[in-house]
Design a protein around this ligand. Structure first.
Ligand code: FCB
Length: 490
């Protein structure tokens, strides 16, 4: 008979039974994420030219309060201080985006070395502090000249993107090991070209589907360019905001509404990327808007479906839908800004509703089960390693008299969603990391500086950075590799 110490036994079995304590594997990336236009500023320095977001934010009426990213949080000049802040938090990885118009201003031709130098210096600083860089090539800042030539609805833009990917990989591939091609092509295609609430602000559903295909093609061509330039150890990924779609009822029309949104919102990316095809139901739902036979040229799907090492999931909230007919007496919810134009091409018969429960300052429902469901579903369907490349929340943060920003709601949100990641890992999903959106408050697209997502507060008058209490909580989670570490949300 083996004699066991009851205390030891109790402790270790409790550890195993509690996913929050045991689930984060060694090497799990504990990160935070940002994007170039949202933080860098220095919009006209060192050869950078306007992107579609410069043009859009300078167009009256497009962004709340007329805010722009001209200065943003001045990360371009303060990156050393910002990396020090990341090191103080204990981040093991940092996801940021490269600004295309800083590296290749017109979207064509040779690179601007000063633009590349900024990213060389940033990544050197990260590596010197033991923080692994993960770079996104495209977080929505298309060089304006490419938009003037037709933008993403034009096939040529996909080839320009692959050329830029090659330039970036050749210059930075010696120090960046994780590369993400696109961030949320759903937003680029449908908010940019269908609802028009994002740059470039166009409202043509057919063009938004053309943009979707050319974003997919650009992704595939860029994967090829990255593989050609990067060492074999490099990890190549895409970040998708796949919707955790839930039907309002089991009525066949509501189930069909969910199917339609999954097709145009999720499978429009995952089917060509992972299965080398566009699904028949997506094509049928949108055939009146675009001619897929001429849009998708021979060889495109093989290009788009080049193998990836990781899939990045950006998750904020679930999406609750019904048929428009069944929604007559139900409150509606959009959650993607005011526009009389839908961001869902071919889905006019679908109505969106607010999922039950608490909401964030974006009016986005808080429900971590959408994250665990999505991770488990992706693992089962595609089998590849996953990263949560964005997750986080905006709240009405205020600075208290002692200078502290107490944001217990954000801590609870992050803790709940990390718990969902732990659940997914326990259920077998190979989740390799979590990047909180965002490292610090920043330019929140059409909402300007009104919505604060940061772990770190930024005073927009002085640009002083102050970690919120959620940052302290996150830092302790990283240090202990655990969600139950004794620092209460406060
Ligand atoms: C995502 C974007 C990111 C940020 C968050 C709140 O859709 O990728 O830049 O705006 O939403």
């Amino acid at each position: 008979m083996t004699v066991t110490d009851p205390h030891t036994t109790a402790t270790s079995s409790a550890d195993l039974a509690d996913p929050a304590r045991s689930a984060f594997p060694p090497g799990f990336a504990w990160g935070a994420a940002t994007a170039a236009y949202q933080i860098e500023g220095a919009h006209a320095e060192d050869g950078r030219t306007p992107s579609i977001w410069d043009t859009f934010s300078h167009t009256p009426g497009k962004v709340a309060n007329g805010d722009t990213g001209d200065t943003a949080v001045d990360h371009y000049h303060r990156f050393r201080e910002d990396v020090r802040m990341m090191a103080d938090l204990g981040l093991t990885s940092y996801r940021f985006s490269l600004s295309w118009p800083r590296i290749q201003p017109t979207g064509r031709g040779p690179a601007v070395e000063r633009g590349l130098d900024f990213y060389r210096a940033l990544t050197d600083e990260l590596l010197a502090n033991g923080i692994t860089p993960a770079a996104t090539l495209y977080h929505w800042d298309l060089p304006q000249e490419l938009e003037d030539a037709g933008g993403w609805p034009q096939r040529e833009t996909a080839y320009r993107f692959a050329e830029y990917a090659a330039i970036a990989a050749e210059a930075l591939g010696d120090r960046i090991g994780t590369w993400i091609t696109l961030n949320e092509p759903w937003c680029s295609a449908y908010l940019g070209y269908a609802s028009g609430v994002h740059a470039p602000g166009r409202t043509d559903p057919g063009d938004s589907l053309r943009a979707a295909h050319h974003l997919n093609l650009g992704h595939g061509l860029a994967v090829g360019a990255l593989r050609a330039a990067l060492p074999a150890t490099a990890q190549v990924a895409v970040s998708l905001n796949l919707h955790a779609v839930r039907p309002h009822s089991s009525h066949p029309d509501d189930l069909d509404a969910a199917r339609r949104i999954e097709a145009v919102g999720n499978r429009v990316w995952t089917s060509p990327i992972f299965k080398g095809r566009y699904d028949d139901d997506l094509i049928a739902d949108t055939a009146h808007l675009v001619d897929w036979d001429t849009l998708v040229q021979p060889g495109d799907l093989a290009e788009i479906s080049r193998p990836l090492d990781l899939l990045g999931l950006n998750y904020y909230n679930p999406t609750l839908v019904s048929s428009a007919e069944n929604a007559k007496n139900l409150p509606r919810h959009d959650g993607h800004g005011d526009s009389s134009h839908s961001p869902w091409p071919g889905a006019d018969d679908v109505a969106f509703h607010l999922a039950p429960g608490e909401v964030t300052a974006m009016n986005w429902p808080i429900d971590p089960t959408g994250l665990s469901d999505s991770l488990i579903g992706l693992h089962r369907e595609f089998g590849l390693p996953l990263l949560v490349t964005e997750n986080g929340a905006a709240f009405e943060d205020t600075v208290s008299e002692d200078g502290t920003v107490h944001d217990p709601e954000r801590t609870a949100y992050i803790k709940g969603h990390l718990g969902a990641v732990a659940d997914a890992i326990t259920a077998g999903a190979d989740v390799r990391g979590y990047y909180c959106w965002s490292l610090m408050d920043n330019f929140e697209w059409a909402y300007g500086y009104e919505k604060r997502f940061g772990l770190v507060h930024v005073d927009y008058d002085t640009l002083v950075r102050t970690p919120k209490t959620s940052a302290r909580w996150y830092s302790e989670a990283i240090r202990t590799n655990s969600l139950e570490h004794g620092i209460a949300p406060q």
